[in-house]
Design a binder for this molecule. Structure first.
Ligand code: ADP
Ligand code: MG
Length: 591
């Protein structure tokens, strides 16, 4: 057998090095846009004009009115590892977007790039062109102070990568998304975005609230609650959607760490936990959150595009974020949301807890332990403070907050009357909340949920690692009412299941929970995952729309609603009832 001969080791050609680096940072036009807009922000621009052609595939141009580049530095800016942003030599005290000195050389290595720049010390601007890594001579040019960079024919020099570009619409959408992300974190900068000469965005400078409105739309602005939590140098600020305003995809969730947009795989998980009492699985809140902390507590240099960060104490950070969002949601329960958009909207109103301010009821907040302090019982950590109406006198109550049932409409709605209002209750939505809160109350009182033996044990095959993972969390499954034995390294045997969740096949449930523990493992505790899955199945037991109810049954449900926390909203976040008071009723008839 012939022995392989060692080849001579050579240093890579700098142009090749740049192309390799470009592979990491620049996967598509939107990535170029990001790097160039961040450079403009670092240069202190107050106005940035972004133009793309053919979704950025043909041309991207970024114009800023920032400080420009000094003539002697212009060619250096295109050299690898050349930056003006790390002079203090401290990687953990960075307050600029860039610092790696890689973007310009990388971009220039895979496209035809032209830069025109002028500082306030220059009489005129200078222009440089770079093609295939070769820089032209500097040419005098006429332009205002600031920098314009134009990038044409991206990947023309690396045809293999060109093939990975998607069609113009997709690439344009990536560009729009990128501009939106950056613009939200920089409300004091005027952004103009044009695509094929048409103005897509023109966001003038303003406050953070205005900018979020510009980017996320008015609907979002009207359906959000503010978040603000500050402690020991950690600050969480922003807006999250009311439970009544959600999406089927977790798209509109923006989180910024020290003003840098990040793609944190735990964010969706964090929001899920914060919303788990008010949103069902499959629905996602919208959020724009800014999390600020000491630069030494977070490493932003773990990813070439700097979209991932690593926290020194990720457990604390997670708890802090969850708590911040939860507190705001809790506060929001005291404001109602608009539910109908016509004349009737003026008369009908979604319930607000005001309905429980009947003099016979005494709104005493029962405050439990809050995140992230001591956690005496795991479940206590996500039980929100609740308002439980307490009867003051023992006398017979005739004036119930939820009124007396009068009729059922379409086997779906209960019509009730109080002293001075008409109530329409969605029977399924209301009952779902009752069942769920009851489950929670049982759990917090006993720490376990009742279980129900199966007629025949169910054998479940899993792979070995899932089986081991299950064994680790067996106790938790038992707490919610499962009785399960590990039968072999690959088999579980289920003897009993929770009464609450009317399980159709435990396998799917267990596999679901284990899958989430694996993917969210670090971000969300197992008990939270388990509880979320359980509660989403619990509503199977509640009264459906289409079921005829007697007056007695309806009244019983109304009384249950009165003693159920958060009964004004179903688990999906929709209102469970609407009210129309006497006055509004009169107004409807112009009396
Ligand atoms: P980095 O941003 O990591 O420093 P870049 O390759 O993106 O690396 O840019 C190199 C240098 O060029 C920057 O450090 C900055 O000094 C200068 N520069 C780039 N773009 C601009 C701009 N729009 N305005 C002013 N200076 C710029
Ligand atoms: Mg840069």
């Amino acid at each position: 057998m012939s022995q392989k001969q060692p080849k001579k080791i050579e240093k890579l050609d700098p142009h090749l090095v740049n192309q390799i680096a470009a592979g990491e940072v620049i996967e598509r036009p939107a990535a170029i846009l990001k790097e160039l807009v961040e450079n403009a922000l670092d240069a202190g621009a107050s106005q940035i004009i972004v133009e793309v052609e053919d979704g950025g595939r043909a041309r991207i141009s970024i114009s800023d009115n920032g400080c420009g580049i000094a003539v002697d530095d212009i060619s250096l800016a295109f050299e690898r590892h050349a930056t003006s942003k790390l002079s203090h030599q401290d990687l953990f005290a960075i307050n600029t977007f860039g610092f790696r000195g890689e973007a310009l050389p990388s971009i220039a290595s895979i496209s035809r790039t032209e830069m025109i720049t002028r500082t306030n010390a220059d009489e005129h601007a200078w222009k440089i062109t770079i093609e295939g890594g070769n820089a032209s001579k500097l040419m005098p040019h006429s332009a205002a102070i600031g920098t314009t960079i134009e990038v044409r024919d991206i990947f023309y020099a690396t045809p293999a990568r060109l093939k990975f570009l998607k069609n113009a619409t997709t690439e344009l959408n990536h560009c729009k998304e990128m501009i939106s992300r950056i613009a939200m974190a920089n409300p004091s900068v005027h952004f103009i975005f044009k695509s094929d000469s048409k103005t897509v965005y023109d966001w003038s400078a303003g406050t953070l609230a205005t900018r979020i409105g510009q980017v996320m739309g008015n609907d979002f602005a009207q359906n959000t609650v503010p978040v603000l939590l500050e402690r020991n140098g950690y600050k969480l600020e922003g807006l999250v959607s009311l439970p009544t305003y959600s999406r089927s995809q977790a798209n509109d969730q923006y989180i910024y760490v020290n003003n840098r947009w990040v793609r944190d795989r735990n964010v969706a998980g964090i929001l899920r936990v914060a919303y788990q009492d008010v949103l069902m699985t499959g629905r996602h809140p919208l959020a724009v959150l800014f999390f600020n902390l000491d630069g030494r507590e977070v490493d932003v240099n773990v990813h070439p595009a700097k979209t991932e960060v690593r926290f020194r104490d990720s457990g604390f950070v997670r708890s802090f974020l969850i708590q911040g969002v939860k507190q705001s949601l809790l506060a929001s329960q005291h404001t109602s949301s608009p539910i109908m958009g016509n004349l009737v909207a003026n008369a009908f109103s979604a319930p607000s807890p005001k309905i429980f301010t009947n003099p016979q009821f005494n709104n005493k907040p029962i405050l439990r332990d809050s995140y992230p302090s001591a956690r005496p019982h795991p479940i206590a950590a996500f039980i929100q403070p609740v308002y439980v109406p307490v009867l003051e006198q023992e006398e017979v109550v005739t004036d119930y907050p939820m009124g007396i049932a009068k009729a059922q409409l379409f086997e779906t709605f209960i019509v009730a009357q109080t002293k001075d209002a008409l109530l329409i209750i969605d029977q399924h939505a209301a009952h779902e909340r009752i069942v769920y809160e009851d489950l929670k109350a049982q759990w917090s009182a006993q720490g376990t949920l009742p279980s129900q033996p199966l007629m025949q044990p169910e054998y479940i095959e899993l792979n070995e690692s899932d089986c081991a993972l299950f064994a680790e969390h067996k106790d938790l499954f038992e707490q919610i009412g499962f009785v399960i034995d590990v039968y072999s390294t690959k088999t579980l045997v289920v003897h009993s299941t929770p009464i609450a969740c009317h399980l159709q096949g435990s396998k799917e449930f267990i596999a679901d929970v284990l899958a989430d523990i694996k993917t969210l493992g670090e971000g969300v505790s197992a008990v939270e995952i388990l509880w979320e899955k359980l509660s989403s199945r619990a509503c199977n037991n509640s009264i459906r729309a289409g079921k005829t109810l007697s007056l007695a049954e309806m009244n019983a449900m109304l009384r249950q609603m009165e003693s159920t926390p958060k009964s004004a909203q179903c688990n999906h976040g929709r209102p469970t009832f609407v009210t129309l008071d006497k006055k509004s009723l009169a107004r409807l008839f112009e009396r």
